[in-house]
Design a protein around this ligand. Structure first.
Ligand SMILES: *Cc1c(COP(=O)(O)O)cnc(C)c1O
Length: 400
């Protein structure tokens, strides 16, 4: 049973209870618009590239539909349960960028493929057989991409001949429709310098080209070449080989992504932080630290700690289950008891997964300090910021 929402539409930001996941709707929409606008003329000849944003970031059919309203052809997700929840929420074109293994899940997948356009990735012939059996028993057609390991060293077949052999197995199977390859290099997204990211995608490009060639030599058309994330999407687009890009984090942006040095050479859009953990100072030791109500259960720290947003000189550290500590540099004011402030999470996807609700806030503006509120100056910096929408993080949880 989900918890009670931390706010109601119409509430001012000041009364949103904590810890809560706050979305700056204006910033999120600017991020979506910037990516959609860029995609329209991306690619070597400016013909544009399809966007299929990754919904594992937000796990929300509402956010997915906002992306599709701006031209995305559909969304990606990682789990069968995510796909089901997105479909229930009105998303009608979903690619699971992952392997789905096990009879029970494959049956659910086949049932779902009768309701929406559904694709999945494969990297094993036995899995292809089981997928085809499930599709046939439900009278469904499932789109299939052969996942190629283009550098990530996780899932995927080797480039070239192994990719072609698997593509042939898919093409022979009834109930499956071979669509192309999935060529995603996850690790490259977070390489800090533009040069390191460019070099990584050059290697991925060679692996993708080799696979496409082998597949076409086998007499099959490789219509879709999918991949790319928020760190490298412009690199993949510039090759003209990838035609469906899957960035996810760009809607929210986290501290980790903000550490990537931007690529100045391309007209690559920049994205803003739109996603925060709203937290309250619950204890304080004057001159030493403040304690906030956001610990491991409110913000993921796998990519480093969250950072106080627009509060230079304040540092978050030493999280425990339900507490986090704030330390101030010399000369910087430590927040007072009851003060609310926003933390930018280190990693957006696993942070969203911890919460039941999104609190969508309108009118924060871009001013420094907009996301901080002192109980003794309740209006400071937050004039006009109010809750427009409260959405469930519908597909949250470990997933299955
Ligand atoms: C996570 C993921 C993405 C999106 O990556 P971001 O770094 O969040 O933009 C794209 N494609 C696949 C296959 C992924 O797993």
């Amino acid at each position: 049973m989900p918890t009670r929402p931390p706010a109601q539409p119409g509430d001012s930001l000041a009364v949103v209870d904590t810890p809560a996941l706050v979305i700056d709707l204006d910033a999120m929409e600017r991020n979506m618009d910037a990516m959609a606008r860029w995609a329209k003329t991306a690619g070597p000849n400016g013909a544009g590239v399809r966007l299929r944003p990754h919904a594992k970031t937000h796990k929300s059919p509402v956010v997915a539909r906002m992306q599709m309203a701006r031209g995305a052809v559909g969304v990606c997700c990682q789990k069968t349960a995510e796909a089901e929840i997105l479909a229930d929420g009105g998303v009608d074109d979903i690619l699971i960028t992952n392997q789905v293994v096990g009879a029970k899940k494959l049956e659910r997948l086949a049932a779902l493929a009768r309701r929406v356009r559904l694709g999945v990735c494969v990297d094993d012939t036995r899995n292809v057989g089981e997928l085809a059996t499930a599709a046939q028993s439900y009278g469904a057609t499932i789109d299939v991409l052969v996942e190629v390991d283009v550098g990530g060293a996780r899932c995927g077949v080797q480039p070239g001949a192994p990719a072609a052999r698997l593509a042939e197995a898919v093409a022979r199977a009834r109930g499956l429709s071979f669509k192309g390859i999935q060529a995603y290099y996850g690790g490259a997204q977070h390489f800090r310098t533009p040069d390191a990211r460019r070099l990584a995608i050059e290697k991925a490009t060679a692996a993708a080209e080799q696979s496409i060639k082998a597949i076409e030599t086998a007499g099959l058309a490789c219509d879709t070449v999918g991949g790319a994330g928020t760190g490298t999407f412009a690199n993949e687009a510039s090759t003209g080989i990838w035609n469906e890009l899957q960035p996810g984090s760009y809607v929210f942006m986290d501290v980790d992504y903000a550490k990537n040095e931007p690529d100045e050479s391309n007209a690559v859009p920049r994205f803003e932080h739109s996603f925060f953990v709203w937290t309250t100072v619950m204890s304080r030791r004057a001159g030493e630290w403040a304690v906030v109500d956001a610990g491991h259960k409110a913000a993921a720290v796998d990519s480093g700690p969250p950072q106080p947003f627009a509060r230079p000189g304040l540092r978050y550290d030493k999280p425990s289950d339900d507490h986090g500590m704030l330390f101030a540099e010399e000369g910087v004011r430590l927040p007072s008891l009851g003060e609310k402030l926003a933390l930018t999470p280190g990693h957006c996807d696993p942070t969203a997964n911890l919460h039941d609700w999104y609190v969508g806030v309108r009118g924060l503006g871009r001013q420094v300090g907009a996301l901080s509120m002192r109980p003794d100056h309740p209006q400071e910096g937050a004039e006009g910021a109010f809750v427009e929408a409260v959405w469930p993080v519908a597909a949250r949880g470990a997933g299955f």
